[in-house]
Write a protein that binds this ligand. Structure first.
Ligand SMILES: [Zn+2]
Length: 624
């Protein structure tokens, strides 16, 4: 291996590299006068810019005191070693690095970041070329049906992964990439031998702000694709962090900075549709919900004033999932709420559908008719109650006040109270709502259990969750252990499982993580499957449950096979069916067949169907 990089070459890199250019890929910089530039510090959380860049000199943050030259900036922001940082800049600015003979090798262990980026550049081109191949006809159809022609596909670098499972690996090997490098890049995995991670799928390159490809999102297009997950993403790698990546940010960043606006959509095709329709500030998260890390990335790109005044617009479905997502944003980063808007498409259409059905103008209109997030969330809460009744109005006020009591910014609370008063109407004025907010704040945001006994179950603090090892949850526990430990044996049997099959909130959360990671099939052949699921957990209790489930022994005398797994899955489904049956029976008891004949008959029919379904499951359990 080569030795140290010569000092005079490092000096040349320092002279040629333009720090303002390098920093601009991460932070939007504005003129600060006196030849200086400034922006929001990427190393600490701030609302007004104290991060200064002086071309030819270096950077310094007056908030957190971080500072240094262009090499130090890259080391810090991308977690590079000194040598990797120098190599990346040398590459960008065309400096040839010579190395001292026989000096100590100061390269870090593991492939360099630069190699991972290069491998992705080769892979992206390879995949894009294959979109024109005869095998990719279904991929091209998929795009055409969604209104994307060849030029749009090329603009976004969309590609196709050949089905044979080895082409990319061979191509990269011919280009002198080592197996270590392409595995670390997440492009190739190793089972019995090396194989391409993405096979027979339509691919979108996921890029950094700089435009470098760091990962892919892959959509299922063949019915016989053994992996059932509709979307697969690059796993966590040294360059791909899913909590931070935003699809489309490379194309959107300039207009985001210019307009101080960002639009968050849900999928790759939505980003494409928005950009083609003229909403050029659209981005999407990749295989994960929008979180605080994404918010930080956006804030740095949007900020252009002393005080942050950018606008973040989420496109949500008006349905329950969309409402939940909105609520999550509302309860997330507080600094953000006032600048956050939601755009709800008619009939729950996403931007891609909307563009197909109603054209580009409808997409622009959707974004233009955004409403403040807080109004959307409060309206969802309030309209759950019967506002024609006095007690319904009181309950609505309590629930809305509880939500508002979590807002730390007092200047917003009064405005929200006015809004609630307007929404609920009747005899409740702003002052009554404000005092309810104060009461809720004093209770720590929990519903008052004395005043509203019917809400007790919901108001119980989280610590009182039932024991995970309670025998009531044994089947849920064993199923999840199999999902985490033997995703291969799981196969198709899990296709019928849904979140409702888990009654313990922690187990339901674990299942949600499994689904978010692509479902059990996505774990097939992935040695880091369980850790991938665990790392996605934000709640420490859920994370620790995953670690336990991933290691606890399976009570089987032999290696679990498909039949063994099926037994648990059908048992789990049977329990859900039994719960449904009990529920309907109790409702039947409360229903008067004379008064509500139609309802009664419908429930009776449903009950019969459920009993039949249960018998089928029973037979399968015995058969398994
Ligand atoms: Zn700072």
């Amino acid at each position: 291996m080569a030795g140290r990089i010569r000092d005079d070459d490092i000096q040349t890199v320092r002279e040629k590299a333009k720090i303002e250019e390098v920093v601009s890929a991460y932070v939007t910089l504005r003129n600060a006068g006196g030849g200086s530039l400034k922006g929001l510090c990427p190393f600490h959380d701030e609302k007004s810019p104290s991060f200064h860049v002086r071309p030819g000199r270096g950077f310094h943050c007056f908030g957190c005191q971080e500072g240094g030259d262009v090499i130090a900036f890259l080391m810090k922001i991308d977690g590079l070693s000194f040598v990797e940082s120098v190599e990346r800049l040398a590459d960008k600015y065309g400096v040839d690095l010579r190395r001292e003979e026989g000096g100590p090798d100061d390269r870090p262990k593991g492939p360099q970041r630069r190699r991972l980026i290069e491998a992705h550049a080769v892979a992206q081109e390879f995949y894009a070329d294959h979109l024109a191949s005869p095998d990719a006809v279904q991929g091209r159809q998929f795009l055409a049906e969604r209104g994307f022609d060849q030029a749009s596909a090329a603009h976004f670098g969309v590609g196709f992964a050949p089905r044979d499972g080895e082409s990319l690996w061979h191509h990269l090997r011919d280009r002198k990439f080592s197996l270590d490098e392409v595995v670390a890049a997440g492009l190739v995995a190793v089972g019995r031998g090396p194989y391409d991670r993405f096979r027979g799928r339509l691919l979108w390159p996921i890029r950094e702000t700089s435009g470098d490809t760091i990962g892919f999102g892959a959509r299922r297009i063949f019915d016989d694709d053994k992996i059932e997950a509709k979307y697969l993403n690059t796993p966590e790698t040294p360059i791909y962090k899913k909590s931070q990546v935003l699809y489309g940010v490379d194309l959107a960043r300039r207009d985001m900075a210019r307009s101080s606006q960002a639009v968050i959509v849900e999928g790759y095709t939505d980003v494409m549709a928005c950009h083609l329709a003229g909403v050029t500030t659209a981005v999407a998260t990749c295989g994960t919900a929008f979180g605080d890390e994404h918010a930080k990335v956006l804030r740095r790109l949007l900020a252009d004033h002393e005080e942050f005044r950018g606008e973040v617009i989420f496109t949500f479905d008006g349905d329950e999932a969309g409402q939940k997502a909105a609520l999550k944003v509302f309860q997330g980063d507080q600094k953000y709420v006032a600048q956050t808007y939601v755009a709800i498409a008619p009939d729950g259409m996403d931007p891609c559908d909307l563009r197909i059905k109603e054209g580009d103008a409808a997409v622009r209109e959707l974004i233009a008719t955004r409403q403040p997030l807080y109004r959307f969330v409060l309206a969802n809460v309030v309209t759950r109650f019967d506002l024609d009744r006095a007690d319904g109005r009181i309950d609505a006020m309590r629930e809305a006040a509880r939500l508002v009591s979590s807002i730390r910014d007092q200047s917003k609370v009064t405005a929200f109270a006015q809004e609630i008063s307007r929404m609920i109407g009747g005899d409740l004025d702003t002052n009554q709502i404000l005092s309810e907010v104060r009461r809720a704040a004093a209770r720590g945001g929990r519903t008052d259990t004395r005043a509203a006994p019917q809400d007790q179950a919901e108001a119980r603090p989280r610590r009182e969750l039932p024991d995970l090892r309670d025998p009531r949850f044994a089947i849920e526990r064993e199923t999840l252990k199999l999902v985490l430990q033997h995703p291969i044996a799981i196969g198709r049997t899990t296709a019928d499982i849904g979140a409702n099959d888990f009654t313990h909130p922690t187990y339901r959360a674990v299942w949600a993580l499994v689904e978010a990671a692509g479902g059990p099939a996505a774990g097939d052949g992935d040695p880091s499957w369980a850790s991938r699921v665990r790392e996605a957990a934000t709640d420490p209790e859920v994370s620790s449950a995953v670690s336990a489930l991933a290691v606890e022994p399976i009570p089987a005398t032999h290696e679990p096979d498909a039949a063994y797994v099926a037994h648990y899955v059908f048992r789990l489904l049977e329990l859900t069916t039994l719960r449904r049956i009990a529920e309907i029976k109790s409702r039947l008891q409360r229903t008067n067949p004379e008064e509500h004949t139609a309802d009664y008959n419908r429930m009776f029919g449903e009950l019969a169907a459920l009993e039949q379904h249960r018998r089928t499951l029973r037979d399968r359990i015995v058969g398994a």
